[in-house]
Design a protein around this ligand. Structure first.
Ligand code: TYM
Length: 342
């Protein structure tokens, strides 16, 4: 048996995912969704709403159900085109859970215990689910079962993609070439958008309910304006990109502006050469963010008016995802010596 190559051998295959937990925020958009949308024509794309991952920490079933549909609508509203990309819900395609089991059995526990995200999420918790420890194996299966070359993600997922390569490589060595080993595609600027209330902490869905921490993708213009105007900066007045930790707040705002306007660093700094202090900087950053998110919010509400159509699109996506991942799962089963049903 040979490694099953993507159907389309000219375009590179992309796989990425997002959890339907919390309110999607500007970091998700800049680190992930924006690049997913922009590369749709050039690549063959699979985007997954990872509800199996979302139940690894405390969750509310009603909220999960609601957030799964909302996230689908947000992704379509951001520009994911169902004619160009496959968007689907992870639990609709059972190969993910099944493939994860097989990969579990080739993954040393010690590899999982050293994952920084596991350490962060488990520290101080009274009880930690087995699912939380196993989370990166499920993610590895997501990617490997689609023979993805590229995984466009924010910087916080880098270690998980590296682990995916380790797990896939180990399986290939033990059972023969089965998996394509993927590469993380992380934006140079915008790979780690920081919290507006604390530029030393990553902007996160989990804190997006905290006032002033994040811009949520569905926030009204007034709310966006308020959060950005309150962003923590420093006591200086220089508006330049900088690695200086003291300047992290200004650097973060400039990074957001840069990605949204798609300008070079030098041009961004030039745009602010006439700015009078950080107030001006914040006002202009708020303006571009508001204009970027306005059509997304409008389209989102249109899409949420027709939930049946959203569900239909999810079902089409799941069919397309099964077509690719089921043969790979069969190949995995064959490799490890399972007798395939006759
Ligand atoms: P999740 O749901 O936490 O985030 C979705 C995407 O948004 C990126 N991101 C950010 N990028 C820049 N700055 C930020 N502040 C920021 N916050 C979040 C994340 O890096 C991610 O790309 N484990 C994944 C979901 C997943 C997955 C996969 C991803 C499951 N299976 C397979 C890729 C491939 C996660 O929890 O993403």
């Amino acid at each position: 048996m040979t490694v099953q190559e993507p159907h389309d051998t000219i375009r590179r295959r992309v796989f990425s995912g997002v959890q339907p937990s919390g309110d999607p925020q500007l970091g998700n958009y800049i680190g992930a969704f924006k690049q997913w949308v922009e590369n749709q024509d050039a690549k063959e794309n699979f985007f997954c709403i990872v509800d199996l991952h979302a139940i690894t920490v405390d969750f509310d079933p009603d909220a999960l159900r609601r957030q799964t549909r909302e996230l689908a609508a947000i992704l379509f509203a951001c520009g994911i085109d169902p004619d160009k990309s496959t968007l689907f819900v992870q639990s609709h395609v059972t190969t993910h859970a099944e493939g994860c089991w097989i990969l579990n059995c080739v993954t040393p526990v010690s590899w999982l215990e050293r994952m920084t995200q596991y350490k962060d999420k488990s520290t101080g918790q009274e009880s930690v689910s087995t699912g939380l420890l196993d989370y990166p194996v499920l993610m590895a299966g997501d990617i490997l079962m689609y023979s993805a070359h590229e995984v466009p993600v924010g910087d916080d997922q880098r270690q998980h993609v590296e682990l995916t390569r380790d797990i896939g490589g180990r399986f290939n060595r033990l059972f023969g070439e089965t998996f394509v080993l993927p590469e993380a595609i992380i934006p140079e600027v915008g790979g780690r958008v920081m919290g507006l209330n604390d530029p030393n902490v990553k902007m996160s869905k989990s804190y997006s309910h905290i006032r002033g921490h994040a811009v949520r993708l569905l926030d009204e213009p007034k709310e966006i304006q308020r959060s950005i105007m309150r962003a923590v900066t420093d006591s200086g007045n220089e508006i330049l990109f900088s690695e200086d930790p003291e300047k992290a707040g200004v650097n973060n705002l400039l990074g957001i502006y840069k990605v949204i306007t798609d300008k070079a660093e030098r041009d961004v700094e030039r745009d602010f050469a006439d700015a009078r202090g950080y107030g001006d900087l914040k006002r202009r950053v708020a303006e571009v963010v508001i204009e970027e998110l306005r059509p997304i919010r409008e389209r989102y509400y249109e899409l949420m008016d027709d939930v049946a159509e959203l569900d239909r699109l999810m079902a089409v996506g799941a069919d397309q995802a099964r077509e690719v991942s089921e043969p790979k799962l069969e190949e995995m089963k064959h490799r490890v010596g399972f007798v395939l049903p006759g």
